[in-house]
Design a protein around this ligand. Sequence first.
Ligand SMILES: [Ca+2]
Length: 530
Amino acid sequence: MRRVRRRRPDDLPRPARPGRRHPVLVVLATLLALVLSAGAGSALVAPPASAAPAVVVDLLVTPTSAQAGQSVSASARVHGASGTVAVQAITIAVRNSSGAQFDFPGATAASIPTSGYTFNSGARTFAAGTYDAFVAVQINGTWTNLEPHKAFTVGSPSPGVVVDTLTVPTSPTSGQSVNASARLRATGASVAVQAVTVAVRGVGGTQADFPGATAATVPSGGYTFTSGARTFGAGSYEAFVAVQVNGTWYNLDPHKIFTVGAAPNLLTFGNEFNGHTGSDPNAGSTGTRGGAFSTDPCWRNPTGCNGNTTQVEYRADHVRQDGTNLVITADTNHGAGAQCGNAPCRYGSGRLTMLNWAAGGTPTFQQLGGHWEARMQLPKGSGMWPAFWTVGDPTRGEEWPQNGEIDIAEYFGGPDPSNINTYLHYGESADVNWGAHAPVDVSAWHTYALDWDNSATGYLKFSVDGTVIRTITAADANARQAGLWSRIQTHPQSIILDLAVGGAGGTPPTGAFSRNMLIDYVRVYETPMR
Ligand SMILES: [Ca+2]
């Protein structure tokens, strides 16, 4: 625990002339002594009324059924208001109706993030009476008493039943089905309980009880109740056993806090490209929605080859795994007499698509929204035109650019050698052709990602190594072309990885050459990460 040394009055600077203290210093010293003496008698000093607390209490859980002399504890769920807060101490303070101090034992230093922190006090006993509990934190030497205050009463009428153990879910995630159980015991003769259940309250007191309530006879030897299962949204919850005896409901101690985390982000498609040297690009593909790649000889559409005609023959033998990466090689080796459009092919390279042209272009994988990323090392030099990009489904009655294209990372070796480009190509008829670039040395390894929130007020965020280089909001898109966001929202995309030569990449090298585009992996997740 970090402690701040309190400055004593005699640490104050001495006046310039011996024998005479500066009057302002005398006043300061007097004030400081008053503050210190006030603080010495009590651990807790009220903060200035205007101070916004750096720590916010989400849940404060105190006893509800304690009897005089029974050992009980308390707990609290807190979070940093606008960032992680280092507290020198967090504790749960208690005052009786006369203001006398009966704090729960236990104070700990903690780093309290915005995502939340749970503090559990030590246990103690109380005499019968009513008490006021609140969380207190010490930050930079100053104690602050946090809202809310919560009253609890010791020595209320007892149902004659106690809870020895209450078991709540451990680190569940949103949407996961979980239940709770409790071991109860009669403190004297067996008690006829009309109903026993495990009640749950969310932040703000919202009721989210576990299902299931049963009548039972609870003997002194103990009785186990197991609730039905349910799911919770992400957040913190307070659970406790409630019993109904002779028509009256009692909320029993202990009360426990459990926190439900966000659902894990589902990997919908992934390929780590760790297949053995020479293996097919689909070896080792994982994920939940398929996603085989095939070679696209000419960036096809249902009626033939699309534009961007370069003199490149895209061949399966120019794409291979090497044990760690997928390697797409551009060189001057192409099929003898191969024709690229109206011109003879001059280069060989690779273009992988997830549009299955053996089945009319049906995507093997497609998705709306989410997180899309690839870790890549790209070839520099005029003529190189590598890209990690997406296209829409051509089987839905619309073709490019109506069904969309998102260029997550596109490099133009000749015209723009020091930048990576991102582009959108969508449109009712005319292509929006909406690009931007950011400085990146593409010959080093980088992770290029798209985060796509597909809600009505969503966004596209393009990033390199986690740093966002471009954000397009729904409003930005609609300002660019009326209805553009709706088009983005409704046209799922699938992946293309390719290394073109010439075209927008500039003039290719003369003579024989060989350049590699390396892809460590491609991963697509269901929801955006930033
Ligand atoms: Ca890899």
